[in-house]
Design a protein around this ligand. Sequence first.
Ligand code: B12
Length: 359
Amino acid sequence: MACALGLADSIVGITHECDYPPEIKNKPVVVRNVLPIERMSQGEIDRAVAERMREGLSLYQIDEDLLRRLAPDLILTQNLCQVCAPSGNEVSQVIKALPEAPQILWLTPQSLDEIFDNVRELGAATGRIAEAEQLLASCQAQLNRLTRRIETVAERPRVFCMEWLDPVYASGHWVPELVKLAGGIDELGSERGESVRVSWDEIAAWAPEVLVIMPCGFNLEQTMKQIWDVFGRYGSGSGASASAQPDASASVHRFFELPAVQNGRVYAVDANSYFARPGPRVVEGAELLARLIHPALFSNDALPSEFTNAFQPVDVALLKGSLDEEKDYYIEGGAFVFTASYLRRRGYCCGNGCRHCPY
Ligand code: B12
């Protein structure tokens, strides 16, 4: 959001999650994760997050010395989710330790309108009001174009946006609104509400025709890996970790029963870029969803270049473990060699040095 208002040069420090636009990635990192989430499964992350919450422990470490040295005039932070990024408590504590209190802008948007309000507030706090209005006008124009297009189709497919795979979280905040703009309905999501755990029985009852998998904190390739780890033939997702939860999610997964899965309409998306972060790119998220929900409407349009790595259809047969000799693998000297086509459709690099690895 800050960079979209032309503030990249004024940013003195970032968090470990800040990766866009790429030119900010070499700024000093003031916030770090406490949990080694890169090495943990979906179930393990969920349990660790809930446990640290119960014990009143933070998931983040703020480098106070570095912050003191950087001496920002303004800190942009959030109070939307206690566990997704440093929130109220952590930030207030650290501020107390600074010699001069900087201005703090709390961004806590629940909806698209509130994301837009945050852009205005940031513009006002940084003397970029004109830039903020210009950005919002272009976001609104993009949404209006999408709305006009979606008005031409009659049907509104049942969609389910999955914000976590094990246990499953339905979407909240602005995501159900994006689905609506994209010409679908996600009744399991809570518009302007929190993302909460849902059971497989509820998902099966909703019977989504389109399933979009968007775990927060993951890009496309990482999401594909999670799908294989949880729902793949040799994955962990028999509900084993969900069953450790004393709540509605305690059920074995029913992924393969869903109409969307049976009809090959399951998509992984880059959640970090287009859905999980409340910034201007959620507008592109709406368009991306529209392309997934109503592909025929976009069949004559070239795919915009920013969407090249934004989504991937999940090959359900492959996920179930059905492999064709030649198309998916060949045998050489008694060894099994995966083809590039198989590896691309699987969607992620396993790090085993596969000969035809496209990643
Ligand atoms: C859903 C979710 C989101 C939602 C928001 C949260 C929500 N619920 O609406 C959305 C999609 C917006 C989101 C966004 C992001 N998220 Co997120 N998110 C999650 C997810 C899947 C669940 C978090 C959650 O709500 N857990 C519910 C837990 C905390 O609640 P609970 O156990 O039921 O407890 C509740 C009650 O029982 C009660 N409670 C429990 N104990 C206690 C104790 C007391 C004393 C009290 C009073 C109450 C109480 O309060 C709790 C909350 O309601 C987790 C992964 C996971 N499965 O944990 C990632 C996760 C927290 N997110 C993560 C990240 C990285 C992000 C983003 C930064 C992504 C990005 N790269 O841009 C953004 C930040 C957006 C922002 N805020 O600006 C990371 C954090 C990494 C870390 N610290 O180690 C996680 C762990 C996922 C991951 N990839 O590993 N996220």
